[in-house]
Design a protein around this ligand. Structure first.
Ligand code: CA
Length: 229
């Protein structure tokens, strides 16, 4: 659900905007003065801002400028004066849209939806969720190539990470050392299946509580290894 912050000192207007946006399925927070609005805008995790221009304390110009120094989140600025709108356009503060009060709440909702959709398209790839494998206390972020064991991050070499991720990605599947060597090391690599054994040992030292009784990578005697789930 998209979260919207409204910074508006006229509470009846703020309430009206909030009601319409909530009816359209948005989560809405209202700040009725500039200081609170700025603080919430900078610390909160909002998807869009609706900023009134004239506010007690910090005004909409300042809030807009400060948001833009750190975030690309869409900003819709509203003002009672058409002149002000022209002025803020001229200042190039980086707001995405401007509306003159009074406006119809449904017009506001339509613009909010349009800006959220546009922003989603722009940032779509960046917002893709990392692929994470989580098995008991082990968490592998295969996109970021990071590993945590019971919440503590552990460092892995490239091949250790590749081997762990391959096994964890194929749980309960028994692989021979030959298969793992072919899978993780290319054919040109110097080394042999003993390399696999060495890497398994290193991985276990990082992820297992007790390496003599492994909970994740199990040795199948005479065959190879299996990742247990
Ligand atoms: Ca105002």
């Amino acid at each position: 659900m998209s979260k919207i912050l409204i910074v508006e000192d006229e509470e009846t207007i703020a309430d009206l905007e909030k009601d319409y946006l909530e009816l359209s399925g948005f989560q809405v927070e209202v700040a009725t003065d500039g200081e609170t609005g700025l603080k919430r805008a900078m610390e909160g995790d909002f998807d869009l801002f609706i900023l009134d221009l004239m506010l007690p304390g910090v005004d909409g110009f300042d809030i807009c400028r400060q948001i833009r120094s750190e975030k690309n989140t869409p900003i819709i600025m509203v003002s009672a004066k058409k002149d002000d709108i022209d002025k803020i356009r001229g200042l190039g503060l980086g707001a995405d849209d401007y509306m003159t009060k009074p406006f119809s709440p449904s017009e506001l909702v339509a613009r909010v939806k349009a800006h959220l959709a546009r922003y989603d398209r722009l940032t779509g790839s960046a917002r893709e969720v990392n692929k994470v494998i989580e098995i008991r206390g082990l968490k592998i972020d295969t996109t970021a190539r990071r590993v945590w064991v019971n919440g503590e991050e552990k460092n892995f070499t490239t091949k250790e990470f590749d081997l762990l991720t391959f096994l964890a990605g194929h749980p309960n599947h028994v692989y021979t050392k030959e298969e793992l060597f072919r899978e993780i090391w290319d054919m040109e690599s110097i080394g042999d299946i003993a390399t696999v054994t060495v890497h398994i040992k290193k991985i276990r030292e990082k992820i297992e509580m007790d390496t003599s009784n492994p909970q994740y990578i199990e040795t199948i005697w005479g065959v190879g290894y299996r990742f247990k789930v």
